[in-house]
Design a protein around this ligand. Structure first.
Ligand code: SF4
Length: 484
C-alpha cells in the first residue's frame, strides 16, 4: 500500500511514519510527493495537525502540543496518526505509539530517575498511549527483574559474555540467525573453533588483567549442541581456563533443537555442572514442525526433555511461537497442555515475526498464518496459562513485523528467571559477543551510550577476520573502561 508525504523533513520523518503505518498495514510504504493516500503535516505555534487521505476518505487530528525537540515532534505526529488510523481501521494498538523493541527499558529509565509507578503510568499512558494492562505488565516485569538481580543498576562495571555457534541441524523457515546446516558444514567446525578459542583466550586475558567480573555467560547461535560433544567440551573447558568464573552467576547453553541432544552432550554439561539449557518445541504439532522445516518430531522433543531431566538439567526453558503456519487456538491449547505436562522452569512465548531475510518472508504466500484476532486470542491464552501455572513474566521485547503488533514474553517459575535475558534486554551492562554472528553491545558505564559490534555471520568470513574483530573489541573495552 503506497502512502505519500511532501514535507521538507521527509528524510528524517519517513521511517517514523512508516513504522506507524506498518502497525495497521503490513505492506505500507511511504514515498516523497503526492498520491491517493496522502499524509499531510501542518505545524502551528501552539500545536500540530496531521491529515490523512486514505481510500478516498479524509481524516485529520489536531494536538495542542508543540516542541522544538524533533524526537517529541515525531511522537506528536505518531499520536495524531494513531488516532486517525484507529478510527479508519477499527484496530486498537495496545502499545500506543511505542514502536521500539524494549518497552521495559523505558520503564527502568524512569525508575532510575526516581519516579513512582503512578507517575510512570501517567507518562506512559498520556505520552505514549499505552494501555493500562501493558503498563502493569511492564511494572510487574521490572519488579521481578529486581528480585532476580538486586544490584541490576550497579552492574555497569561488570560484563556478560555471549558465545555464538552458527550451526543447526537445518534452518527453520522463520530464522534469520546464523544457522548453517551442520551436516553440510561440519568440516568447518574445527577451523571455526580455532577462531573462537582465540577470542575466548584474548578477551579472558583482558578481563583478568583489568579485573572485570563476568556476570553471566550464554552459549547461543545457531544451536551450540549441534557440534560434537568433544568440541563443546573443548569450548567449555576454554571458558573455565581463560575466564575468571568466580563471579559468574549463570551459565546457559541453548540446546534449542531436540535433535541435537544426546547422552554424550548431556554428560559434558554434567561434567561442568551446567544445568540451565533451552529445549525449544516451538509447537507440539508435527505438521507445523514439518511446515517450518524443523526436521524433528514432537515425540523427540518430549523424549529429549525427559532425557535431559534424567541428566539433572534442573533449569530448562522451552520456547513456543504463536502464529506458526496453519496453527489456531486449538494447536496453541494443545502446546500449552504439553508444556503443563513437562513442567519446564521457564517458558518463552514468541509471536511470529516476518523477518526480512527469512524463508518464510521470501515465500510468504506459501504460509497461511492466523489473523490478528486469532493471534491476540492465542496470546491471551498463553497469558492465562502462565498465570494459572505459576509462570511469572520476567522480560519482554517486541519485534518489527510481529503478528498483531504483539510482543515476546519470557515467563519463569519463582527464582528461575534467566539473568542473561534480563541483562541483554534492559541494556544495563556490556555484553561481549564472541563467535560467529555474535553481537557485542558496549555500554558506557557512565554515559550509558551504546555501541554495537557484529562479528561476521558466516564461518568463512569469521575465520578470515576473527583476529581483527578481537582487536577491535579489546580497543573498545580499553576506551570504555578507560584503561590502557
Ligand atoms: S534452531 Fe534456532 S537458530 Fe537454528 S535454524 Fe531454528 S530458529 Fe534458527
Amino acid at each position: 500500500m503506497k502512502f505519500y508525504l511532501s514535507h521538507p523533513e521527509f528524510n528524517r520523518l519517513q521511517l517514523n511514519i512508516r513504522n506507524i503505518l506498518n502497525l495497521y498495514f503490513e505492506d505500507a510504504y511511504l514515498f516523497e510527493g503526492h498520491g491517493d493516500n496522502q499524509v499531510e503535516i501542518h505545524q502551528y505555534d501552539h500545536g500540530i495537525q496531521v491529515a490523512l487521505t486514505i481510500d478516498n476518505q479524509h481524516y485529520q487530528h489536531e494536538l495542542n502540543k508543540s516542541s522544538d525537540d524533533f524526537k517529541v515532534f515525531k511522537r506528536h505526529i505518531n499520536e495524531c496518526l494513531i488516532h486517525i488510523l484507529t478510527k479508519h481501521t477499527g484496530m486498537h494498538q495496545s502499545w500506543g505509539v511505542l514502536t521500539g523493541i524494549r518497552p521495559t527499558k523505558l520503564y527502568h529509565q524512569m525508575v532510575q530517575k526516581g519516579e513512582s509507578h503512578e507517575a510512570i503510568k501517567s507518562h506512559l499512558k498520556h505520552t505514549y498511549l499505552i494501555d493500562d494492562e501493558k503498563i502493569d505488565l511492564m511494572r510487574d516485569i521490572v519488579k521481578v527483574q529486581h528480585e532476580a538481580i538486586p544490584d541490576l543498576y550497579q552492574l555497569q562495571d561488570e560484563v556478560s559474555i555471549y558465545i555464538g555457534i552458527p550451526f543447526c541441524p537445518t534452518k527453520c523457515a522463520y530464522c534469520t540467525f546464523p544457522a548453517y546446516a551442520i551436516q553440510i558444514h561440519k568440516k568447518q567446525v574445527p577451523e571455526f573453533l580455532v577462531g573462537l578459542l582465540f577470542e575466548i583466550e584474548q578477551i579472558g586475558q583482558w578481563l583478568k588483567t583489568h579485573q572485570k567480573k563476568i556476570t553471566t555467560i550464554y552459549f547461543g547461535g545457531g544451536t551450540p549442541t549441534s557440534i560434537k560433544p568433544e568440541e563443546l567440551k573443548l569450548l567449555i573447558e576454554a571458558c573455565y581456563k581463560h575466564f575468571d568464573m568466580t563471579h559468574v552467576r549463570e551459565l546457559t547453553i541453548e540446546a534449542g533443537r531436540p535433535d541435537t541432544i544426546d547422552e554424550a552432550t548431556l554428560k559434558v554439561l554434567n561434567d561442568y555442572d551446567i544445568d540451565r539449557i533451552s529445549i525449544n518445541p516451538q509447537s507440539f504439532t508435527d505438521e507445523t514442525l514439518k511446515a517450518i522445516g524443523r526436521h524433528h518430531t514432537v515425540q523427540e522433543t518430549i523424549d529429549k526433555f525427559q532425557l535431559s531431566r534424567a541428566f539433572h538439567m534442573n533449569n530448562i526453558n522451552m520456547d513456543l511461537i504463536i502464529g506458526l503456519p496453519n496453527e489456531s487456538l486449538t494447536e496453541m491449547k494443545h502446546s500449552l497442555s504439553e508444556i503443563k505436562r513437562l513442567n519446564p522452569e521457564s517458558l518463552t512465548v514468541h509471536t511470529l515475526s516476518f523477518k526480512r531475510a527469512s524463508e518464510m518472508t521470501r515465500n510468504k504466500d506459501k504460509y497461511q498464518v492466523a489473523d490478528r484476532t486469532e493471534v491476540i486470542k492465542m496470546m491471551q491464552l498463553s497469558q492465562t496459562f502462565a498465570k494459572e501455572n505459576g509462570y511469572i513474566p520476567y522480560y519482554l521485547y517486541r519485534q518489527k513485523n510481529i503478528l498483531g503488533n504483539l510482543e515476546n514474553v519470557g515467563y519463569a517459575k519463582a527464582n528461575q528467571s534467566s539473568l542473561y535475558n534480563i541483562l541483554i534486554m534492559e541494556e544495563l551492562q556490556t555484553i561481549i559477543g564472541l563467535g560467529c554472528g555474535a553481537s557485542s553491545k558496549f555500554i558506557h558505564p557512565k554515559t550509558k551510550k551504546i555501541e554495537n559490534y557484529l562479528n561476521p555471520k558466516d564461518p568463512k568470513s569469521y575465520n578470515e577476520t576473527y583476529r581483527h574483530y578481537t582487536e577491535m573489541k579489546i580497543n573498545k573495552l580499553n576506551t570504555l573502561f578507560d584503561v590502557d
